[in-house]
Design a protein around this ligand. Structure first.
Ligand code: HEC
Length: 141
């Protein structure tokens, strides 16, 4: 009987291990569709609370902010139909300079991802690229 218990313990540890390792797993060579899907999952996990599930700005946490989160599906529309990839990437990444400007409510995700266990520089950059790909994919036409 005891081997059964051991088997389940082993299975549980395996599942926990896989779950922990998943975000760190190399996404090199991922297709564009995969990066958008990964970006969407990250968005739902880290961004929807403020920006809303539909990214239009009405997340449940938005009420408590001094600055309201912008409609992220309207970034291209606000810029004559062009999606400024690098600007969006930088807005998500954030840096000391913008953080020091005071009223920034948006977390700086570069340092935040980097601070997560098992996330190195490359993995943090990839997350921000996936998020940017996702936001690009949901721009209103
Ligand atoms: C705590 C609430 C909050 C969370 C969580 C949050 N944001 Fe924001 N975000 C904001 C606010 C507020 C702004 C408006 C500018 C500012 O105050 O910094 C903003 C601005 C932005 C911008 C700039 C838009 C523009 O007008 O150029 C982008 C892009 C963005 N957020 C993406 C994200 C992504 C991607 C995530 C998740 C990784 C995220 N945000 C998580 C609150 C948040």
């Amino acid at each position: 009987m005891r081997w059964r218990v051991l088997f389940w313990v082993w299975l549980l540890l395996l599942a926990v291990g896989l779950a922990a390792a998943e975000p760190v797993k190399s996404r090199k060579g991922q297709s564009h569709g995969q990066s958008i899907a990964a970006g969407k999952a990250l968005f739902m996990e880290h961004c929807a609370s403020c920006h809303g599930d539909d990214a239009k700005g009405a997340g449940p946490a938005a009420i408590s902010l001094k600055v309201q989160p912008p409609d992220l599906t309207a970034l291209s529309a606000r810029n004559h139909g062009k999606f400024r990839y690098d600007d969006v990437y930088k807005a998500i990444h954030g840096n000391q300079a913008t953080a020091a400007h005071g009223s920034r409510e948006m977390p700086t995700w570069g340092p935040a991802f980097l601070a997560m266990p098992g996330v190195d520089q490359a993995a943090a950059d990839r997350r921000i690229r996936n998020l940017t790909d996702y936001i690009k994919a949901i721009q209103a036409k």
